[in-house]
Design a protein around this ligand. Structure first.
Ligand code: FA5
Length: 343
């Protein structure tokens, strides 16, 4: 059993002991562990204090005061050690050399969306042939979208394009053909335009989307014939797909052209021998086309005795699918960078 002076001496020694133990430590965690060894519930100070009860009551306050003093000293040493390591870390930071002449890391840039790329490339092919870009509104009048194109309200052809109506007279355009009307109303022949843009229909399956992109074409002049239409489309397909592919024009009905045709091209994937993209037929439909109907010329005030014209409308998603094998139209619009980065 220790006497009061012995116990006080032991307590006082703990301060130096802590200092010796904590001085070499270089991180906060070890300093806190050392602090617990001295000041914790089962720490060295508490151990010594167990002897307090055995001392004469009159001497106990003296020992208690010595214990408080050593606790305070250890607390101060802990603080000093923490400041020391914080300063050391700061010094290390300041000493680190930065080579500002190193080249910067490249910043990942974005790129045009696949549909924008395809649209620009398609327009570029027609631009080589003298076509210029024309535009029209996506929220369009019923008259420009249907009536002027010889599709009156009760006409069964309206069922081919299930329409989103804004009001009785205003629609979301179902095709880019109203740009034909707007162009012919404002510009006298000769006309050679292409009109790319968004169109809307109540359509939704793996190859049809409620919003998609079409590329309209229109040429009006004194001597335009069906063979000009065929030659233009054939040139486009060969140039755009950079392959010697054929086209075929299947007789079809659009009220605003006469004769009218569906435009098929040989499948760019298999070259016409049959694959999953063309459903083993060797051919894929890319759009509609035909000679401008004299009724449409009448509606826009162009003399159909003097002028003839051809028009076509193609799906840009379809062309992108044929170029890149995209088998679900949704991929274009989901904004998934894993898809978009491939192009
Ligand atoms: C038309 O829209 C006519 N305006 C085309 C035209 C223009 C004919 C000028 C004559 C003269 P159609 O409804 O077939 O035609 O659409 C043309 C192309 O758009 C289709 O061949 C297809 O490639 C694409 N398309 C049609 N509906 C959708 C849809 N919901 N999603 C994606 N592409 C579509």
């Amino acid at each position: 059993m220790s006497t009061t002076p012995e116990l006080i001496a032991k307590l006082e020694k703990l301060g130096d002991e802590f200092l010796a133990q904590a001085q070499p430590l270089a991180d906060e965690q070890s300093i806190r562990a050392a602090q617990a060894q001295f000041l914790g519930k089962k720490g060295k100070v508490s151990e010594l204090m167990k002897e307090l009860g055995k001392l004469p009551p009159a001497e106990r306050p003296q020992v208690g005061a010595a214990a408080n003093k050593v606790k305070e000293k250890i607390e101060q040493l802990v603080e000093a050690c923490l400041v020391r390591i914080a300063n050391a870390a700061k010094q290390q930071d300041l000493a680190r050399k930065v080579d500002i002449t190193l080249p910067a890391r490249p910043v990942g840039g974005g790129h045009l969306h696949l549909l924008t790329q395809v649209r620009q490339e398609a327009v570029a092919v027609f631009a080589e042939l003298g076509f210029v870009v024309a535009e029209g509104p996506q929220i369009e009048t019923d008259w420009h979208t249907f009536e002027a194109l010889a599709i009156p309200k009760d006409h069964p052809a309206r069922d081919m394009q299930d329409t989103f109506y804004v009001s009785e007279e205003i629609v979301l355009r179902t095709h880019t053909s109203p740009v034909q009307v707007r162009t012919m109303l404002t510009q006298p022949p000769p006309i050679r335009i292409v009109a790319p843009g968004h169109v809307y229909r109540r359509d939704d399956d793996p190859t049809h989307s409620p919003m998609f992109t079409q590329l309209e074409g229109l040429a009006v002049d004194t001597d335009i014939s069906f063979s000009d239409l065929k030659g233009t489309l054939l040139h486009f397909v060969k140039r755009f797909f950079q392959k010697d592919l054929g086209i075929r024009l299947r007789p079809s009905y659009f009220p605003f052209v006469e004769p009218g045709a569906e435009v098929d091209m040989q499948c760019s994937f298999c070259g016409g021998s049959g694959c999953r993209i063309c459903k083993q037929t060797g051919w894929v439909e890319i759009g509609g086309a035909g000679m401008v109907d004299p009724d449409v010329f009448k509606n826009v005030g162009i003399d159909s005795e003097r002028f003839t014209g051809f028009a076509f409308g193609m799906g840009i998603e379809r062309m992108a699918m044929l170029r890149h094998g995209v088998n679900d139209i949704k991929f274009y619009y989901e904004g998934d960078v894993r898809f978009l980065e491939q192009f």
